[in-house]
Every structure is written in structure tokens, then in C-alpha cells.
Design a protein around this ligand. Structure first.
Ligand SMILES: Cc1cc2nc3c(=O)[nH]c(=O)nc-3n(C[C@H](O)[C@H](O)[C@H](O)COP(=O)(O)OP(=O)(O)OC[C@H]3O[C@@H](n4cnc5c(N)ncnc54)[C@H](O)[C@@H]3O)c2cc1C
Length: 513
């Protein structure tokens, strides 16, 4: 009877939403809700946190620009001018037995050239430098370029085929300015008490004694998960058994005259991995590591070896996992309040976009009256999505043979690839073939066959051998060479930025218009 009562009450129309947390997770949720359901009363609670620190810059995959420009309808040029992102076309991983491989935003191995009888993946040999110039993006990355030039001399930017490097501060400022135009209410104050009720959360009390209530509470409070985890006590599924990194040393290098790279850089270390993301005036970098295998001092030493110009650093804890349900009663968790995986594959912003978009869409679909089915489906989709990201990271841990340090021996043996077992077996038995794409991938899989095969081929995971005839191999070498020549004439990141900064570019900005 009690459950029926709760469900019945949840079915009353939602008109007031309180968002706890005003980092970009909370701001995006507010914008998305107001954009889709303008009549909602959306209030965002912000609290300055003493000694607050987040990585100054971060990377997103293609899901984030697609979400921003297609779902929220933020014009790309407006975003470029306001938030000053830098495009990224992939990550170059110094990982596995090769010198490097790339996971790119453009298709590269799940492609087929007219002159060849097989998909591109079949032509990539196992030599250390063979995962290079296998498509426009990898050739661009090697040449330090970002976009090829179209016939009119403009940067050729394929719609929805790029990610961003974003500055945390600038993104927040851009989003705050956008919320200011949308009748979103802000309130300053720290939550000191959460009062529970039959529906989940009954109210929150602020430091100054005010009590706030809402029909639906969005928990965007970060890893503390004040409402979902702490107040409602939703159980936590810890990913630590298969994703062993639990700390990050984070810093930044002021930019001098080094060219801006078109890619995120990742390099495996003996106790985790180092990364860098590219920003206009600095390079954000860090070392994600396992505290069971290295001390913070050792991890910092490694970071400084890789990035000698890094200034002061901060140690962050990383708790990887997800809450069993991200939507519980009248609370929906988004961002790391709901779950987190390490940023090895830049999944965070896409997961966040999913939460914001599907909440707003759910309210539209059910006319503001949330039914239990909606909550159940939402939770199922969310868990599938974040577990898919965990399994994708499992590929990196299971097959990295670059180091035999104790950390990697442990990581390889405890890696979890879950839903990807079938895809891996198929790849091993048949090769990087697309024939069973629909069977191997879940609907809306954000990585795609191209991503999985790139990471398997990139790490030289063996697959059924096929020796291309010499004439085909020569055609493949010619194709690679033509990519190298084509990108030589392309735009570097700085040249592309200059292009879009000029007034003339606005009228002929192609995909950026
Ligand atoms: C080392 C590292 C690297 C990362 N790199 C990437 C990357 O490359 N790409 C990517 O997509 N993601 C990355 N992430 C994840 C990303 O930083 C987070 O997803 C992002 O910060 C989203 O914010 P959040 O959900 O973590 O909330 P937070 O940023 O933690 O914000 C929480 C908000 O809640 C508010 N709050 C907290 N307590 C209270 C209270 N009591 N009362 C009122 N308000 C309160 C705070 O003021 C704050 O505004 C990385 C994370 C880490 C740790």
C-alpha cells in the first residue's frame, strides 16, 4: 500500500524543479529543462566550495557538441566565440605494443575504400607505426593539423564528427550567461540538511535556515551525491575491482609557443596513465593512477617527467562506479552525483548530456506527469550506458601489453569487458568486419564498431589473419600517402581559430554556421 501511495503521488504534475549544484552539470540540466519545457519553474542552488578544485580543462567526444548544437540548439559559432572551445579530432594513445594508435571522431577502420576488397581495418599490419594515416583524422594528428581544406579553401568540418577541448571556467561562464536569458532562478546557499519524506526528498535546508521544496530534485552535487547517495541511500556499484585507478594528480602547463594539438594525448605509465588536453592559453594535464601501486609523490614525479612545465598540482580522489539507480523517487542524479568513470575515453560529458536530454524529453513525453515506467526505463538506459563505458575501458586494461609492471599484470587479469565479450570473440575469429554490426552493438552505442575495432587493432589484439594481395597492399600504401599529402595543405588548430575569428568567415562557415 505504501508503494502504491508513493507512485500515485509521483504521478502529480511536475512544475517546480530544484537543481542542487551549479557546475556545468547543473547548468546544462537547467538549460535543457527550460528549453524543452519553458513553463517549468527551475531553480539552481549554488554554493561556493572552499578550496574547490577541478581539472581546468577537459575533453569531450562527439556526443557533447552534438547535444549542444542539435538538442540545445546553441549555434556552433556562438559557442566558439563565447566558450572558446578547441576542436579535437581524437585521442592519440601511447598504449599497447605499438608506438601509438588513435581513437578518432571520424570513421577510420570501419570504412572501405573503392580500390580495396576489405574494410580498412584488415590492412593495418602489426608494426609499431602502422596505425598512422589510416584516415583523415590520424593523418591530421600526425601532421599537427585539424581540418582538411575544401575546394573553396575553407576548413572542411564534418557535422557531428568532432569533439571539444573545453575550459571548465569558460564553459561555466557561457552556460551561466545562457541561463540568465531563460528565467532560471539562482539561489546562493549551502545545503546543510536534507529532509526525507514519503516521496523521497521532502525539502532541503540551507545554512541560513531557509527551507526549499520542489516536485523534482536534480542532484548535481558531484561525487558527494548529497541527495541520491547520502539522503536516499541508493546502493553504490563500485567499479574498483576492474578499474583500479583511484587517484589523479592534476596540473596545468602555461602555453608558450608550442602549437595547439588537434588531439588529446594519453600515455600509459607503470601505475596508470598520463593525459593532456589542449586549451588556448594552457595545457591541462594529469596522471591517473592506482594508490595501491604508487604514492602521490611517485605519481607526481612521473607527471613532471612527462610535462616538465607543469605548475602546482593537486591530488584528487576518483571514485569509479555508479549508483544502482540514478533516478530514485523524486530525485534524479546527473554528472558524478550519479556515477563516474575515469576520463581515459572522455566519456563524462556525453553521459551528462544523456541525463539532461532524457530528463527533459521524459517530461515532454509524459506531459509532466512522471510514471514509474519512465523512471524504470530511464534507469535501465543509464546503467547500460555507464556500464558500456566501463566495458570499453576494460579493453584498454585487458589488452595493454606495453608494460609488465605489477599494476598492469593485476589490471590485465581483473579487467572486465562485460557486454563486449561477443564483439571481441567475433573480431578474433573473423576480423574487424562490419557484417554483424547490428547484433554486436547495442542500440545507440556511443562508441560504435569503429571505436571498438580501433582500440583492439590499436593494441594489436590478434584477429583472424588475412594477407592482402601485394597489389591491394600497394593500393593501401597509396591511400595512406594520399592522406598524408592532403592534410599537408590543411588547417592547423590556430589557423582554423583565426579563420573563424575573421568576420569574412562567418558568411561561409559551412558546418559551423
Ligand atoms: C581527474 C578528472 C579528470 C576529468 N576529465 C574529464 C574529461 O576529460 N572529460 C569529461 O567529460 N569529464 C571529465 N571529468 C569529469 C568531470 O570533471 C565532471 O563530470 C564534471 O566536473 C561534472 O561535474 P560533477 O557532476 O562532477 O559536479 P561537480 O563539478 O563536483 O560540481 C558539484 C556542484 O555541487 C555543488 N555543491 C556540492 N555540495 C553542495 C552543498 N552542500 N550545497 C550546495 N551546493 C553544493 C558545488 O558547489 C558544485 O557546484 C574528470 C574528472 C576528474 C576527477
Amino acid at each position: 500500500m505504501r508503494v502504491a501511495g508513493q507512485l500515485g503521488k509521483l504521478m502529480s504534475r511536475i512544475s517546480r524543479i530544484l537543481i542542487l549544484g551549479a557546475d556545468y552539470a547543473g547548468l546544462l540540466a537547467a538549460l535543457n529543462l527550460k528549453f524543452k519545457v519553458p513553463e517549468l519553474r527551475v531553480e539552481v542552488l549554488r554554493a561556493p566550495i572552499a578550496d574547490d578544485f577541478r581539472p581546468p580543462g577537459f575533453a569531450t567526444r562527439i556526443e557533447f557538441p552534438t547535444y549542444l548544437h542539435e538538442e540545445l540548439r546553441v549555434p556552433p559559432l556562438e559557442f566558439l566565440r563565447g566558450a572558446q572551445p578547441i576542436w579535437r579530432i581524437g585521442t592519440r594513445y601511447q598504449w599497447g605494443s605499438r608506438a601509438f594508435f588513435d581513437h578518432t571522431t571520424e570513421f577510420q577502420v570501419d570504412t572501405r575504400y573503392a580500390a580495396l576488397s576489405h574494410e580498412t581495418g584488415y590492412y593495418i599490419g602489426d608494426g609499431p607505426n602502422e596505425f598512422e594515416a589510416i584516415g583523415a583524422a590520424s593523418a591530421n594528428i600526425s601532421a599537427g593539423k585539424i581540418f582538411v581544406r575544401d575546394k573553396e579553401g575553407r576548413p572542411q568540418i564534418a557535422r557531428n564528427r568532432y569533439g571539444y577541448h573545453l575550459e571548465h571556467q569558460r564553459l561555466n561562464e557561457f552556460l551561466e550567461a545562457a541561463t540568465g536569458r531563460m528565467e532560471i532562478l539562482f539561489r546562493d546557499g549551502r545545503v546543510v540538511e536534507v529532509v526525507r519524506g514519503e516521496m523521497g526528498v521532502a525539502s532541503v535546508r540551507l545554512e541560513d535556515g531557509q527551507t526549499l521544496t520542489a516536485d523534482l530534485y536534480i542532484d548535481a552535487s558531484g561525487p558527494e551525491s548529497l541527495l541520491l547517495g547520502q539522503a536516499l541511500g541508493v546502493p553504490y556499484c563500485d567499479f574498483a575491482a576492474s578499474l583500479p585507478c583511484d587517484r589523479a594528480i592534476v596540473g596545468m602547463c602555461p602555453r608558450s609557443n608550442e602549437p595547439i594539438k588537434p588531439n588529446t594525448a594519453v600515455k600509459a605509465s607503470d601505475c596508470g596513465w598520463c593525459w593532456s588536453t589542449e586549451h588556448e592559453s594552457f595545457i591541462s594535464c594529469g596522471h591517473v593512477f592506482s594508490s595501491a601501486h604508487a604514492s602521490a609523490d611517485q605519481a607526481e614525479k612521473k607527471l613532471r617527467e612527462e610535462y616538465p612545465k607543469v605548475n602546482s598540482t593537486r591530488l584528487l580522489r576518483i571514485k569509479q562506479g555508479r549508483y544502482e539507480r540514478c533516478w530514485e523517487k523524486n530525485v534524479l542524479g546527473i554528472g558524478s552525483a550519479a556515477g563516474l568513470v575515469e576520463p581515459l575515453a572522455a566519456a563524462g560529458a556525453g553521459l551528462l548530456a544523456f541525463g539532461c536530454q532524457w530528463l527533459a524529453q521524459s517530461l515532454v513525453d509524459c506531459d509532466g506527469v512522471i510514471r514509474p515506467t519512465i523512471i524504470r526505463q530511464f534507469n535501465r538506459r543509464w546503467s547500460k550506458l555507464i556500464e558500456g563505458e566501463r566495458d570499453f575501458l576494460g579493453l584498454f586494461y585487458k589488452y595493454n601489453t606495453r608494460s609488465d609492471a605489477p599494476f598492469w599484470r593485476d589490471a590485465r587479469s581483473s579487467a572486465h569487458v562485460g557486454s563486449l565479450e561477443g564483439l571481441i570473440r567475433f573480431y578474433q575469429d573473423v576480423g574487424p568486419h562490419p557484417v554483424h554490426r547490428n547484433l554486436l552493438l547495442a542500440e545507440d552505442d556511443p562508441i560504435g564498431l569503429d571505436g571498438y575495432y580501433s582500440v583492439l587493432l590499436g593494441q594489436n589484439v590478434p584477429h583472424k589473419a588475412w594477407a592482402p594481395p601485394p597489389a591491394e597492399m600497394q593500393s593501401w600504401k597509396n591511400i595512406q600517402e594520399s592522406w598524408r599529402r592532403r592534410v599537408e595543405l590543411g588547417f592547423s588548430v590556430q589557423e582554423a581559430m583565426n579563420y573563424f575569428a575573421s568576420a569574412a568567415a562567418v558568411a561561409k562557415a559551412g558546418a559551423m554556421a
